[in-house]
Design a protein around this ligand. Structure first.
Ligand code: CTP
Length: 425
């Protein structure tokens, strides 16, 4: 694998060399494993180094972090650590371990083990290869389960028949890798997967673990093909028994992809969208407010995520009625859209093809969202208004007038303010 390693950026090669030296000095063996080894062979860029150490991984990680001035997070109980370097470079370090599942879908019990144990506990052959980075062995590929052949044959294959029972999140992972690399889940693995689905294993895993995998799927570019495959293989009952996904959901998800593309092209400098959240909103589109809330609770989404996931529900009728017609005042558009997250607005843009709604949303992003008034608190103070909630009311009144084109200059804003003051606003 030396020739593959030589193709990596210089900085990464240096880090790998250093990790190898630290392992040798400590009399340990260290290996690059998992997604890093897989993507290296595939020639896919992946800068998250994943290192397994036969020996004390924490000690290795501490030495490595000291030498590279990395910030280190340790998980002593699992013998793992994460080193974070400049430029978002992340290095996961783990003590080679053996895992046993006390019962299906449980969290595994972990014991120290050999490299072979560590590779044998993994999900798919393509993720169960290692590249030695220590001493004379440097660059040797260790491939007990023919992962390299499966990479060449484009196959997703589990290592043993209970893999999906032990860890049902692998059902979603199989689909993710299949679609990402345009591989196929090989027939025997597919039978094991379907068996686990029949046993309702997805309903038995800790929901937060499923949530993390769902998010990873929704972060895979345009995730429609992944979502279709999940529907085909497992349905969506594991998200919510009420979730009815139809052709119109597919159309909505496609349209969401287009709208995200439009937004990112038109406004490269705005806040980055949480695209996965918009896709998830699209997927949950058929659910009622209370069913969506149940999904949020079950998967323990953060408050911010929950708020955005719920925000479109209950608002849609008002939104369509108010904006689905000609000649709506800019201030009305602004008042409706400003309190919403960008994610919710993009969902609405994807959902409502009405030409007025399309135009108003574009106007909102183009003009209204960035519009500012010129008067400041000082100006109000000079006019004798005491600081307090009244300021906000006056500012809002002026902004509304500016949005509707009733005032343009600062002088006009001041004239309006005087009127508002007289009216005791
Ligand atoms: N792994 C596993 N079973 C899981 C999760 C992870 O066996 N349920 C193993 C796989 O060997 C995987 C490695 O842990 O390669 C690292 O996991 P993760 O970072 O989630 O996946 P990557 O393979 O690195 O994938 P990605 O490119 O999406 O980061």
């Amino acid at each position: 694998m030396r020739e593959y390693l030589r193709k990596l950026p210089r900085e990464t090669q240096d880090l790998i060399g250093l990790a190898g030296e630290i392992a040798s000095v400590n009399n340990m063996r260290a290996y690059l494993v998992g997604g890093f080894a897989r993507d290296l062979i595939l020639g896919v860029k992946n800068l998250d180094l994943d290192i397994v150490v036969e020996g004390d991984g924490i000690k290795f990680a501490e030495d490595f972090a000291r030498a590279t001035k990395a910030a280190l997070t340790r998980h002593k109980r699992f013998g793992t650590a994460t080193a974070r370097l400049a430029h978002n470079l992340k290095i996961d370090i783990a003590t080679a371990r053996q895992e046993t599942y006390p019962f299906p879908a449980s969290l595994p019990q972990v014991r120290r083990g050999t490299l072979r144990d560590d590779l044998a506990r993994r999900d798919f052959t393509i993720n169960a290869m290692a590249i030695s980075i220590g001493g004379r062995d440097f660059g040797r590929l260790i491939d007990f389960f023919s992962g390299k052949k499966d990479l060449a044959d484009k196959k997703i294959r589990v290592l043993h028949e209970l893999s999906f029972i032990d860890d049902p999140t692998r059902i979603l992972r199989a689909v993710r890798f299949e679609k990402r690399y345009n591989f196929r889940i090989e027939p025997q693995t597919l039978l094991f997967l379907k068996g686990a689905v029949r046993l309702k294993m997805l309903e038995k895993v800790q929901p937060q673990r499923l949530r993390d995998e769902i998010i990873l799927i929704l972060k895979e570019g345009r995730p429609l093909k992944e979502l279709r495959r999940i529907r085909e293989l497992a349905g969506y009952g594991f998200i919510s028994p009420r979730l009815a996904v139809s052709k119109s959901t597919d159309q909505l998800l496609t349209s969401i992809g287009n709208c995200i593309g439009w937004f990112e092209g038109a406004y490269p400098r705005r806040r980055q969208l949480d695209s996965w959240l918009i896709y998830f909103m699209g997927l949950l589109d058929s659910l009622s407010l209370s069913d969506t809330r149940a999904v949020c609770r079950k998967f323990v989404f953060s408050r911010g995520e929950e708020k955005r996931l719920l925000s479109s529900k209950g608002l849609e009728r008002k939104f369509a009625a108010s904006l689905g017609k000609a000649k709506v005042k800019p201030s009305v558009i602004f008042n409706l859209l400003e309190p919403l997250s960008y994610e919710t607005i993009i969902l609405f843009k994807a959902k409502y093809k009405n030409r007025h709604i399309q135009k108003y949303i574009e106007d909102f992003f183009d003009i209204y969202n960035g519009m500012r008034i010129e008067i400041r608190g000082d100006d109000l103070h000079k006019l004798g208004v005491m600081p307090g909630p009244r300021y906000k009311k006056i500012f809002t009144g002026v902004l509304q007038a500016k949005l509707d084109g009733l005032v343009k200059t600062k002088a006009e804003e001041l004239v309006l303010i005087k009127k508002l003051i007289e009216r005791k606003l």
